[in-house]
Structure formats: C-alpha cells, structure tokens
Design a protein around this ligand. Structure first.
Ligand code: FAD
Ligand code: NAD
Length: 466
C-alpha cells in the first residue's frame, strides 16, 4: 500500500526543498524525493556553494600573495589545495545537513531515492539498493533541475574533460586550462584556477562574453579579466578535443576559418545546462515538454496535467537558484489557496568574480529593442571614497530609468560587492521607485552603496562626486 501525501515534490534542490518547506508551513502534508543522497540540489552540492567557497579561498590566496605591497609582510604564501578542497567540502556538508534539518523541523517527509511517475498521482521511489517505495498525492511538483551540456560527441571524464563538477574537484592546479564558453561557469571557475596559478584560455563562440548582459558591462568585465591574466579567443568554435598523455589538444577554428590548436591539461566545457527530466517517466503520463525539452508550464507553473506542476531549472527562464526558490514558494502558495507570484523583471543575476558583476531588469540593448526611451546614470567606483580607501575601485554602477517617468527599469554593476548592492535596486524596482527616490535616500558614508546613490543622481546629471 502506498503512503498518502497531499503534495509530493520531486527534487530537493533550492526549488524543491524551499517549495516543500513552504507547503508544510501552509499545513499541507508534504513529501520531498531526492536521488542524490543529500539535499540542496546542484546549488549546494556541485554549484553555487562549492564554487563560491573556491572563489573566496582563491581570492584570499591571491590577496595574501600581494599583501607586502600594502605594508603587511608575511612569509612565503603556499597553496595547500587538498586542504582548500576540504574547506569547500565542509561548507557543502554543513549546508546540506542544514537543509535536512529544516525538512525535519517542518515535518516534510524526505524520501532518499529516484522518483518516477507510475500514474499522475503516484510516484515510485527507488533507493540505491533498488528497493521501491510507492507514494501518492493529489498534487505533484517536478523540481528536478538541470545538468551540464557537452559538445557534440565529447564526453565528460571529469578529470581532463570536465564540467563544472570536475572543475570544482581538480586534484592539482592545471598548468594550462582551456575553458569552452565565456559565461557564468567559465568565468567563475576560470577565475578560481587562474588565481591558483593556471594559465587560463577562454574560447568563446560569440564576439562578447556573458551573452544577455548589458554590453557596456560585459565589455568592461572582459577588459578587467584580461588584465587579471585570463586569455580570450573570441568567435572561435571547437572542432575537436583529443585526449593525450599530458591532457588534451583542443582544435578550434575562428570566424575567418583560421585553425588553432590548444594543448592543455584540463578542458572545462561550460556551454550551458539542459533541463533534467531523465527517468521521470513523463512520456507515460503525457506531461508535455517544449522545444528545448523543458517541462512546459503556464504562468502558474501548471503543466498540461492539472495536478502536476514544475519549477526551477527544469522549466523556462534563467537557471538561477533564487529564481527556482521564488517559483517554489509561488507554486506552494497557489496550491495552498493563496496567490503566489514571481516578478521576472526583478530577478538579479550575479557573477561572483572579482570584481563582482550584477544585473537586474532591462539592459540598454533590450530597451532599444523595445523602443523604450531611457536615461542613463553612471558612477565610477574610482570616485567612491570607500572603494578608493581600500584600493578596490574598479568598475561602475549604471542605472537605466524611463525618460518620461524616471521609473528605474534596470541596473547593471561591476565592482566591489556588486552582488550585495543590487538588492537595493531590486527593492526599489519592486516598489516602482524612480531614480530620484534612490537619489534622495540617505546612504551611509563611506560605503560602496554611495556609488548607487551617485549613479541615481547622475540620471538627472547631478552627481556630486564626479
Ligand atoms: P537543482 O538544484 O538541480 O536540484 C534538482 C534536484 O533534483 C537535484 O538534486 C537532483 O539530484 C534531483 N533529482 C533529479 N531527478 C530526480 C528524480 N527523478 N528523483 C529524485 N530527485 C531527482 N545559481 C545562482 O543563483 N547563484 C550561483 O552562484 C550559482 N552558481 C552555480 C555554480 C555552478 C557551478 C552551477 C553548476 C550552477 C550554479 N547556479 C547558481 C545555478 C543553480 O545551481 C541552479 O539554478 C539551481 O540549483 C536550480 O535549482 P533547482 O531546484 O531547479 O534544481
Ligand atoms: P552560460 O549560458 O552562462 O554560458 C555559456 C557560454 O558558452 C556563452 O557565452 C555561449 O555563447 C558560449 N557557448 C555556447 N556554445 C559554445 C560553443 N560551442 N563554443 C564556445 N562557446 C560556446 O552557461 P554556463 O556558464 O555553462 O552556466 C550554466 C548556467 O548555470 C548559467 O546560465 C547560469 O544560469 C547558471 N550559473 C549561475 C551562476 C551564478 O549565478 N553566479 C554561476 C554558475 C552557473
């Protein structure tokens, strides 16, 4: 006999576990099924958290090497990579265990195993010993996330040809690392290994990095990364990757058909991720996918089957943990009889390099495409006293506001703590604020956030410090 729940969530990532907790808070008897053996999904196990740990530690290493220029004399700075990796693993363990505790605290029943549909109301859960448990529910939420994409006919071995998962676990610093794809993963992981001593080359298909980002920011970002020693090969296509004794040879061709081979010890393929619907048995129950194999949903996250919903990386939209979480909360609230909602215009994107890059709302390119007239306010961290005081003054804040109403339409930052500063703009946009509202808000001195205020002032051409 199968145990009965009101809702089953398949997948224990930031979409799934947050959704399960919110359902339980609303008094709904909930089960969460996770196949990985630990909760937190891609984000906590092999994504956001381990990558941010390594980004931080590699930055500390890099800073420590340069302390003497700041008047702090230390002995020789040496890297102990295995200890660094243990530090990262510790952060992952603490956080994944924390999620398990949260599920327990909220009385969500956690099933360890792979879930697949038996019928539209019944899920089979198979554990690592292949033992099957059947569970039933009125509503089922698919939150099975995404997996890395490779290049045609190239398989990850996670040692020489790696996805982000392998790049988070290298046993030694590669002498030379080739990164295919200049997006979020390529630039974050490229920065980590470059700071730890690797010669990093990024091969990118387009003529710019981080597609979709405001172009002015993307250009500045590439300039700064180049200065840090990362090499870029734009408008290059990978033709083949051949493994050899010392690593691999990557053969590329540029837009003019010039061929170039790169010998390297590690190749990171970071050309995007694809939705993960493997093994769910969606075909049998007839849940529809879209052209990109994402689970197709309406604006309330409902699939073509009335009682089946989907959220997070497995559906349309940016593949970001906070987007998955907000969708999890919205769908839980809808099921609980409330009016869950996600505002896709105010989902921030942050790249945790040094400096950080953060973005929210519309880019200049999008506004032009939509024929919306806008004003620009810009302020450089070079003129921000806190940034100058600590010698961390690269980058700028850019605010885009409606030409007629002054409503903030987007903001794009590159600079110190950009990932934290963007939250202020998010709140402002949620409240429909104008750039003047930000400009007239008192910001503490000396803080990086004054650069946001000055950029807002600059929309009206009245910045004080530039
Ligand atoms: P996932 O986190 O992928 O979780 C889905 C879970 O479902 C997985 O644990 C999987 O094991 C489980 N599952 C799949 N199929 C089944 C099944 N049949 N039965 C049971 N369980 C199943 N995003 C950010 O916002 N900020 C960042 O800094 C960031 N950094 C990243 C760094 C890297 C290297 C990577 C790879 C991603 C990063 N992301 C980041 C993206 C972020 O991890 C994802 O957007 C987020 O995890 C998506 O959440 P999700 O719940 O939809 O899916
Ligand atoms: P991405 O979409 O961010 O970047 C992929 C890059 O690869 C693009 O620049 C694209 O033009 C390029 N590309 C595609 N095909 C190519 C080819 N054949 N040859 C050369 N270049 C090619 O993808 P990603 O870096 O793999 O990351 C996947 C997703 O994970 C991201 O989109 C993001 O949603 C999420 N993520 C987020 C964070 C964060 O929030 N800080 C960090 C890591 C990952």
């Amino acid at each position: 006999m199968s145990e009965k729940f009101q809702t089953i969530v398949i997948g224990g990532g930031p979409g799934g576990y947050v959704c399960a907790i919110r359902l339980a808070q609303l008094g709904i008897k909930t089960a969460c099924v996770e196949s990985r053996g630990s909760l937190g999904g891609t984000c906590l196990n092999i994504g956001c958290i381990p990558s941010k740990s390594l980004l931080n530690l590699s930055e500390e290493f890099h800073k420590a090497q340069n302390l003497s220029s700041k008047g702090i004399e230390v002995g020789e700075v040496k890297l102990n990579l295995s200890k660094m990796m243990k530090n990262k693993d510790k952060a992952v363990t603490i956080l994944t265990k924390g999620v398990e505790f949260l599920l327990k605290k909220n009385k969500v029943t956690y099933f360890k195993g792979t879930g697949s549909f038996k019928s539209k109301n019944e899920i089979s859960v198979k554990d690592s010993q292949n033992k099957e448990t059947l569970i039933q529910a009125e509503n089922i939420i698919i939150a099975t996330g995404s997996v890395p994409v490779s290049l045609p006919e190239i398989e990850f071995d996670e040692k020489v040809i790696v996805s982000s998962t392998g790049a988070l676990n290298l046993k030694q610093v590669p002498k030379k690392m080739l990164v295919v794809g200049g997006g979020y993963i390529g630039l974050e992981m490229g920065s980590v290994w470059s700071r730890l001593g690797a010669e990093v080359h990024v091969v990118e298909f387009l003529d710019h990095i981080t597609p979709g980002m405001d172009r002015e920011i993307s250009n500045e970002f590439m300039k700064i990364l180049k200065k840090q020693g990362i090499n870029f090969h734009m408008q290059h296509k990978v033709k083949s990757i051949k493994k050899n004794k010392s690593g691999a040879t990557v053969s590329t061709v540029d837009k003019d058909n010039n061929k170039k081979d790169f010998d390297c010890d590690v190749v990171l393929i970071s050309v995007g991720r694809k939705p993960n619907t493997n093994g769910l048995n969606l075909e049998t129950i007839g849940v529809e996918l879209d052209k990109k194999n994402r689970v197709k949903t309406d604006k309330n996250f409902r699939t073509n089957k009335d009682n089946i919903f989907a959220i997070g990386d497995v559906i349309n939209g940016p593949m970001l943990a906070h987007k998955a979480e907000d969708e999890g909360i919205a769908v839980a609230e809808n099921i609980g009889g409330q009016s869950g909602h996600v505002n896709y215009d105010t989902i921030p994107g942050v790249i945790y390099t040094s400096p950080e890059v953060a973005s929210i709302g519309k880019t200049e390119e999008q506004l032009k495409g939509l024929n919306i007239k806008y004003k620009i306010g810009k302020f450089s961290f070079m003129a921000n006293s806190r940034a100058k005081a600590i010698d961390n003054a690269e980058g700028f804040v850019k605010i885009l506001a409606d030409e007629r109403t002054d409503k903030v339409l987007g903001a794009h930052l590159i600079g110190p703590h950009a990932g934290e500063l963007i939250a202020e703009i998010g709140v402002a946009m949620e409240f429909g604020a104008s750039s003047e509202d930000i400009a007239r808000t008192c910001h503490a001195h000396p803080t990086f956030s004054e650069a946001v205020k000055e950029a807002a002032l600059s929309v009206d051409r009245r910045a004080i410090h530039s």
